[in-house]
Design a protein around this ligand. Structure first.
Ligand SMILES: Nc1ncnc2c1ncn2[C@@H]1O[C@H](COP(=O)(O)OP(=O)(O)OP(=O)(O)O)[C@@H](O)[C@H]1O
Ligand code: SF4
Ligand SMILES: [Mg+2]
Length: 352
């Protein structure tokens, strides 16, 4: 297998000392994905066509992932986590924004061309449901071998040796490589999915709810395996999960997303110990032993704002926020750093 790509460096601007800073593994700036919804040919009363309504799935997201870093992405259903993931894996084109991977612009590569881009091998996904994500007509060996054949050009003995090596890394007995998905347990299918994802020695592994479909006991085993693999192989993780306990245990940093935007980001221990955004505080309060003592759960009243053409001049959490005030309807909060590395988008953040 080829060695991981070297870390490119960002040169200092002209006239400044020549020290170089390593570029982060991934740097996303101002990423937006708006989906046009059908306006059904509506006409305004004066005959002009109505403007197409736009669903703001991801709406101005900045995020960086460092080398070997594990970043958690949390937020309620529909807030845009998977859409953001699809922008990063370049299966979806952003409406605007920049995405740099190892210092190189990947937003400029059209989603349909990304399969041939050199970065494709280095960004891999582990999917939520191993049953859905594995081809029922492929034996485990073929599932793991496919990206090695198509993207690394391996064949014959070299291909077999690499498949065996990866199976060993995910602790999948080689005897199971001949089996089809319906002949494997949930945990074994999860190992096949992980083996396929790490086969090309990626630098970034994106895990979208990787254990949500598994029994609790199997979940723990697979999470341990993921933590070990990260250390052994030096990968970075973007870990999408509804399970805040998992994020707290596995992630160095956490990003909290609400209706297309990051509302809080910071070191996981700090965010969990002292959430500063009212939404994060409410999320954590629902987890026994995490957000506070039993009986202190913060229940959010009111309906979420629609993601279709939301008012750009008000906070999207207003209406559900226990701390909302009139000012929050006149000015949309931007992410601001309240402590080193800990940023919050709220006009009236909670005290530390
Ligand atoms: N292709 C599409 N066309 C129109 N709207 C879409 C499309 N894909 C996603 N959406 C909308 O974008 C928003 C974000 O969806 P997304 O799947 O990213 O949410 P999520 O945070 O991953 O949710 P979950 O936790 O349930 O997986 C939702 O309102 C969804 O309905
Ligand atoms: S800006 Fe206002 S409504 Fe928005 S989260 Fe902060 S306090 Fe709540
Ligand atoms: Mg999703």
């Amino acid at each position: 297998m080829s060695a991981p790509a070297a870390t490119p460096a960002v040169a200092a601007p002209a006239g400044e000392p020549t020290a170089v800073t390593p570029a982060p593994l991934l740097a996303v700036q101002g990423a937006r994905k708006l989906f046009a919804l059908k306006a059904a040919g509506r006409l305004l009363p004066w005959g002009r066509a109505a403007r197409t309504p736009m669903l703001h799935a991801v709406d101005g997201v900045d995020l960086t992932i460092g080398h070997g870093e594990s970043v958690g992405l949390v937020g309620e259903s529909g807030c845009g986590k998977s859409t953001l993931v699809r922008l990063i894996t370049r299966t979806l084109d952003p409406t605007s924004g920049t995405l740099r991977f190892l210092g190189e612009d990947i937003a400029g590569i059209a989603a349909r061309d990304f399969a041939r881009a050199p970065q494709r091998k280095l960004i891999q996904m582990v999917f939520q449901d191993p049953t859905d994500s594995l081809n029922p007509r492929y034996a485990a060996r073929d599932t793991i071998a496919e990206p090695l054949r198509l993207l690394a050009g391996l064949s014959g003995a070299e291909l077999d040796a690499r498949v065996n090596e990866v199976a060993d890394q995910v602790q999948l007995p080689r005897a199971l490589l001949a089996r089809y998905p319906h002949q494997l347990s949930g945990g074994q299918k999860a190992r096949v999915g992980i083996a396929r994802a790490i086969a090309l020695s990626p630098r970034l592994l994106i895990l979208d709810e990787p254990t949500a479909a598994l029994d609790v006991s199997v979940q723990a085993v697979i999470l341990h395996l993921l933590a070990d693999l990260k250390e052994q192989l030096g990968m970075s993780y973007l870990f999408v999960s509804h399970d805040l306990n998992i994020v707290r245990l596995l992630c160095d940093r956490v990003l909290v997303m609400y209706l297309g935007r990051i509302v809080e980001s910071g070191p996981a221990q700090q965010v969990f110990a002292s959430p500063r955004h009212p939404y994060t505080r409410a999320l954590l309060s629902a987890i026994p032993g995490l957000g506070g003592a039993a009986g202190q759960r913060i229940r959010l009243e009111g309906d979420p704002v629609s993601p279709i053409d939301p008012d750009p001049h008000r906070c999207r959490f207003h209406g559900r926020c226990p701390k909302g005030r009139d000012e929050c309807t006149r000015s949309a909060p931007q992410l601001a750093e309240l402590a080193p590395g800990h940023s919050v988008a709220c006009l009236f953040p909670e005290s530390a």
